[in-house]
Ligand binder design. Structure first.
Ligand code: GMT
Length: 378
């Protein structure tokens, strides 16, 4: 390993995949001897127990009566500058262009001569949604162009960023990863009995129930599957589409087949219960949950959206179909569920691919390489 660095990390501490990736990366960097400073509005939910080399700096927002909206972004930029100077940070690694990379740029201006380098990781929504908004496009372009390095979580997201923002800057590919000490097939015999009979298959969907996840398609796929094979659907997570999905399930008369588990922290344990994961998203820059499933030996049935095909190898670790093609997805699910040998082969492929291609050691080393490169310390 090269010399140890002082790294600031800013992410959305309570939001899905990007927060998980940022937090897990920070923990792994700290384990490798780097000093990691989280600069966020609350403690990242995956931070866990006290760990040497990890520090947390809370961003407090000034709520003066003259402000109609409390200026979180300005408080964050000030805090970044303060921590960078006080701790002599080498790197500020921000997850999401808006507002985090913009704040990092501002912080860099504030601290003048201090040689801070900014690395920005794009996770998807900042590009696939925000960059479509003309009023934000120039701001996102500025944030990207002013970063010392930019990474994105799939080739598809890199392509889309270049296309939508018309920028020429090189973007490094840094896939999502899983910690193989946490994500492996867990023993679930007893737990499974709580949700399904021994002859029943378990299909699972985990998300934040945003429209982009197409949870309605999950229900349609499941309905077709369970008409041929005894099965249960376990839905994990909460979000805006949840009430609509509950009604749909009631209207289809399959409520006795579906269990809502709400938000769950121990994803590896929960996911290990499943025979298949369903991920039929409209957009998905990578699909961390499919990787978490893969690492637990669970194949994915999903859509050919965004970066999903870079993660799930069609015909080896799952099956993919065009967005909205639920019949094709249900047929693919049935093919796997009714062929134990094929399922076993897919499970093995999943474990191999997750633990060799997307493992924590590899991806952490890629991020470190980028840090040393921007610091001119190869
Ligand atoms: O999927 C979400 O709605 C959450 C979102 C986020 O911002 O945390 O996830 C995005 O980043 C993850 C980590 O890089 C990716 O694995 C997800 O695919 C990506 N979500 C979308 O592109 C919709």
């Amino acid at each position: 390993m090269g010399e140890s660095l002082k790294i600031g990390i800013t992410c959305y501490p309570s939001l899905g995949g990007s927060g998980v990736v940022a937090t897990e990366l920070g923990k792994l960097l700290a384990e490798k001897g780097h000093q990691v400073h989280f600069i966020t509005h609350s403690i990242p939910f995956r931070l866990g127990d006290f760990q040497k080399n990890i520090f947390y700096h809370e961003v407090e927002v000034n709520d003066y009566y003259v402000f109609r909206y409390p200026p979180y972004d300005l408080s964050l930029a000030s805090k970044m500058a303060q921590v960078a100077q006080m701790q002599q940070l080498d790197i500020l690694h921000v997850h999401y262009a808006v507002p985090h990379a913009v704040c990092a740029y501002l912080a860099k201006q504030m601290i003048g001569d201090h040689p801070l380098k900014v690395v920005t990781t794009l996770h998807g929504t900042d590009i696939t949604v925000l960059a479509q908004d003309e009023s934000l496009k120039d701001l996102i372009r500025l944030a990207i162009n002013k970063s010392d390095a930019v990474t994105a979580v799939s080739k598809d997201l890199i392509r889309e960023t270049h296309e939508l923002l018309d920028i020429t800057k090189d973007i490094d590919l840094t896939y999502n990863f899983v910690d193989k000490r946490v994500y492996y097939p867990r023993e679930t015999k007893t737990l499974r009995q709580e949700f399904a009979l021994p002859n029943e298959k378990i299909l699972m969907h985990i998300s934040n129930f945003r429209p982009v996840k197409r949870v309605g398609d999950v229900v349609d796929i499941f309905a077709k599957v369970q008409s041929k094979v005894p099965a249960r659907l376990l839905l994990v997570g909460e979000g805006p589409d949840l009430p609509k999905i509950q009604s749909k399930i009631r209207e289809m008369g399959i409520e006795d087949r579906v269990v809502f588990l709400g938000k769950q922290n121990d994803v590896a344990q929960v996911i290990s219960m499943a025979d298949l994961l369903l991920l039929p998203s409209e957009k998905e820059s990578f699909g961390l949950v499919a990787l978490e499933a893969m690492a637990c030996g669970v194949p994915t049935i999903g859509s050919l959206a965004g970066g999903i095909p870079e993660l799930v190898t069609h015909g080896e670790t799952g099956f993919l179909a065009e967005i909205g093609h639920t019949t094709e997805m249900a047929d693919a699910a049935l093919k796997l569920l009714t062929d134990p040998q094929l399922m076993e082969r897919f499970k093995q492929n999943c474990l191999d691919r997750a633990h060799h291609v997307f493992c924590n050691d590899l991806i952490t080393a890629e991020y470190e390489k980028i840090y040393y490169r921007v610091l001119g310390r190869p």
